[in-house]
Structure formats: C-alpha cells, structure tokens
Design a protein around this ligand. Structure first.
Ligand code: SAM
Length: 474
C-alpha cells in the first residue's frame, strides 16, 4: 500500500536511532491482512469453558500470548453470532488487548477509562471488577459514546458510569479519586494504516504534531484524577516516538514521582531496554508479532494508596409512582426470575429512578452531578402508568447482567448454539418452548446455552418475544 511520505521519513529516523529493532519486513507488513481476535468476557466465561465455545464457533484454540482471555480467529468468522449478542466475547484486534491486561484491574478498585469508545478495553476492565468497585468510562464524542453504551450493556457490567466529557472537567470534579486510569489516547493511528485506508487520509490532517498536545493535556488531567500510589496505563496505536516514549518521558519530567512498572517478557511484545528513551515501555510490531502496531506503558505514582469506600447515598427524592415501579421491579425479580443464589446476589439498595427508568446504583451518584452522564449504574427497566395501574418492563441490560446461576431453573430457556430458535429470538420472532422444562406462565429468560440473551413471556408453549426492537438482528 502507498504510505504517507511523512510517515516513511519518520520511521527511517526511528529505525536509525534504534538499530535493535528489526526494520526488515516492516513496510511489507502493511500489505498483509491484519489478524483478528476475540476476547472472552472474564465475568461471563470461566477459562475452562472457552475451548468448547471456540469449537461452537468453528474456531481453533490459538491464544493471544499477551492476553489471558484473548484468541486469534479466522478471517471469515462472523462477528455477529449468538455468543456475541450474549456478551460472551468482544471482537478485538489482538494488539489492542494488551493495555487492559497490563493494568490488571482488581475487584473494589475505582477505575477511569479516559478515552473509552467503542469500549473493548473498558469492558475488560469492568469485567475484572466482578461487580465490586466502580468503572467510569468516558468518551468525549457523543456519537461514539452510543457505541460505548451498547457494548457496556452487552457485557452486563453493573457498576459503571458512562460520561461524555472533556478530561479537564473530570479532573475538576474528581481529583485524586481513581486507583487506576487507562488512557488509550487518540493518536496519529500509524498502526492502523493497513486495517483502515481512512487512517492514512486522517494522518495527513491529524498527524503527530496536531495530536501530541491533545495527548499531553489528557495526561495532565489524568494526573489530577489519580490517587497517590495509583497507576496509569497509557497506550496508542502509533509508532511515533513523540506520541509514545517521548510523550511519557516529558510527562514524567514535568510530574516527578512517577515510575515505569516493568513487566516480565511476553512472547510477541517488544520491551524497550535499559538505555532506551523509556525503559520498560512496550511495543507490538506488526512485522514481528502479526498484530497491528501498539505502544503501551504502565506508570505508578508515588505515595501510599488509600482505599475509597463507595456506598449508596440516596440523592434524589423518589416520587410515589417511581416507588411503586421500583417495588414492581423487585417483585418481578424475586418472584418470577431469581434463584436462591440470585436473591442473595441482588444488592440490598433501593432502585433509583431517573424519569421513567429504574437503575441499580450502589455508589453516591452525586459525585457525577456536574458531569455529562450517558448512563449511571445498571439499567433495570422502565415503569409507566397504564389505566391507573403502574406496570414494569424489564430492560435487556438486566437480562445480560444475570448469570445462569442467578436464574430459577423453570424461568430459564436454554437453547443450543445451533438451535434456529436462537436466531429467530434475536430477530424478534415468537418462538416455542415445546422441549423445555420451563414453567407454563410468566416471565422467562431466553439464553444460548448458559448465556442469557433477553426476556420473554411464556404462555403454554409459546414465548412472546421481549427482545427490544433496537437490539434485533436483521
Ligand atoms: N479505548 C477505546 C477502545 O478500546 O475501544 C479506543 C479509544 S480510541 C483509540 C481514542 C478515543 O479518544 C476516541 O474514541 C476519541 O473520540 C477520543 N478522544 C479524542 N479526543 C479526545 C480528547 N481530547 N480527550 C479525550 N478523548 C479524546
């Protein structure tokens, strides 16, 4: 492919400065097709079931060396199969799996994804919280935040706030709040040239000189948001040193107290050695590892990290109609859907209401009241008045939050991966339950194997489809 001239000049400078990096095959790699991957959900799938899920997808077991839940897939695998709709996996370019693996989020942490859409890394970090702690996923572009919202909902992550903000506003409202911050920065996108021809065109307009100051300002805001003792992972999909090693070296010079956390050698990841511009930072090279180009560095801020206690604070007056809606939602879950395990897992906080929507929010949402929020907590469903009665309709994100063990045996319709009713359900059609041991009346969850897809209403052997129109496949 024809690469921008500026880019070739820049790369020649880089290879001359770093004779340790093999130049051979670099330019040719842009003519090869990029490798594709899927990252299994860490909260929905246990490692030992992933091989059988891949078998259902007719895929080989070929793990991505730098991601514990990532696998390479064949170029022709469809991204839109039932497991995708159940949030079992996220289609992700293999190199892009590195930053969220490196940051290694733990339950209970407060985590910020500063540049989150479409959400591959945010979903991984949210899954690693396993329902405890908080993920704030921010996207500056409102248009892109819609894709982020959909991906987060499909992943079933409950403890999340999606913001549509400028990083400076987050720094103003939440100084010293986060344990970990991921900055998957906007960049000149050199690593994307072979995947997306638009990347070459956009490079002419938003090259390194235009984007480096934006990256600097995002890093400055992240420093304000980060606790003492907290960690930042900074990544880009570009090769340009001014956006990568140089950007971080300048940040560390102007923010004393940061150190690079070094990671053990991983096959396919090139570590910058002692004596280089930023020892301990990592790169994935397309001609060495097959993945797209990626840069990643893990930083720790000095100081003792204190633990943030997140607790529910009722912040809004709940109107009587909403209280009735919230009671109905709880009743629906307790009497129609949840198993003993599910009842034990349901947090003991009242559902919060925003307009006609009900949400499960286990933290103080006032923290975000001066920021533009796209979503706060887990969206449970809506209530409305129908001829003097309040009725509740569950959301699909509620179904995707539920795990198989949280659902009563007779309220779950498990369809096989190859069963044509799965696709018909996803298309919004009425399906039948003749071979299922489900109850004969009431609300049910329809799933592919052990993975919930959405709700339905069973009457005898007929299941009325409640899969939302906006989610349906064509
Ligand atoms: N982390 C995402 C993922 O895993 O799906 C990809 C993020 S993409 C590389 C960079 C994002 O930064 C884009 O969504 C872009 O809209 C956003 N962005 C652009 N300018 C920004 C700014 N000034 N501050 C914060 N984010 C910005």
């Amino acid at each position: 492919m024809k690469l921008p001239e500026k880019f070739a000049t820049e790369m020649e400078g880089l290879f001359a400065r770093h004779p340790e990096i093999a130049r051979e095959g670099f330019y040719e790699s842009f003519d090869l097709e990029g490798r594709r991957g899927v990252r299994f959900s860490c909260s929905k799938t246990a490692p030992d079931v992933r091989p059988s899920l891949l078998k259902d997808l007719s895929e080989q077991l070929s793990p991505v060396p730098w991601c514990s839940c990532g696998y390479y897939i064949s170029p022709d695998m469809s991204n839109r199969n039932p497991y995708y709709h159940a949030g079992v996996y996220y289609p992700q370019e293999p190199s892009a799996m590195l930053p969220a693996e490196v940051i290694a989020v733990k339950p209970g942490e407060t985590v910020l994804d500063m540049c989150a859409a479409p959400g591959g890394k945010a979903c991984r970090m949210g899954e690693d919280l396993h329902g405890s702690g908080l993920l704030v996923a921010n996207e500056i572009s409102f248009e892109r935040s819609k894709a982020l919202l959909r991906n987060i909902e499909r992943s079933g992550i409950p403890n999340v706030v999606i913001l549509n903000e400028n990083p400076d506003n987050i720094a103003r409202e939440l100084p010293g709040f986060f344990d970990k911050i991921l900055i998957d920065a906007p960049c000149s996108g050199e690593g994307m040239f072979r995947r997306d021809p638009r990347a070459c065109r956009s490079y002419e307009e938003y090259g390194p000189a235009q984007i480096a100051p934006v990256q600097k300002s995002i890093l400055d805001a992240a420093d304000i948001c980060l606790k003492d003792g907290g960690e930042i992972v900074y990544s880009t999909c570009t090769f340009c040193e001014d956006e990568d090693e140089g950007q971080i070296a300048a940040f560390m010079a102007s923010h004393p107290g940061y150190e690079v956390i070094c990671h053990p050698e991983i096959k396919g990841v090139t570590h910058n050695a002692e004596g280089s511009l930023l020892p301990g930072s990592m790169r994935i090279w397309p001609h060495i590892s097959g993945g797209d180009g990626h840069f990643c560095v893990h930083l720790r801020k000095s100081g003792e990290r204190r633990i943030t206690k997140l607790s529910f604070v009722p912040s809004y007056k709940v109107p009587a109609s909403a209280r009735r809606g919230a009671d109905l939602a709880r009743e629906f879950l307790l009497s129609d859907i949840l198993s003993e395990d599910g009842i034990r897992s349901l947090p003991d906080v009242p559902f919060t209401c925003h307009g006609s929507g009900l949400f499960l929010i286990e933290f103080d949402e006032k923290l975000f009241e001066h920021l533009k929020t796209v979503k706060t907590g887990l969206y449970i469903g809506d209530f409305k008045a129908v001829s003097n009665k309040t009725v509740f309709s569950p959301s699909n994100s509620l179904a995707l939050w539920l795990s198989r063990r949280m659902i009563r045996e007779d309220s779950y319709i498990a369809l096989d991966y190859g069963d044509d009713r799965v696709i018909r359900y996803l298309k919004g059609e009425t399906i039948t339950a003749e071979d299922c041991r489900a109850k004969k009346n009431g609300s049910v969850v329809i799933g592919v194997k052990d993975y919930p897809l959405g709700f339905g209403k069973i009457s005898g052997q007929t299941i009325k489809n409640l899969y939302p129109k906006a989610w349906r496949i064509m």
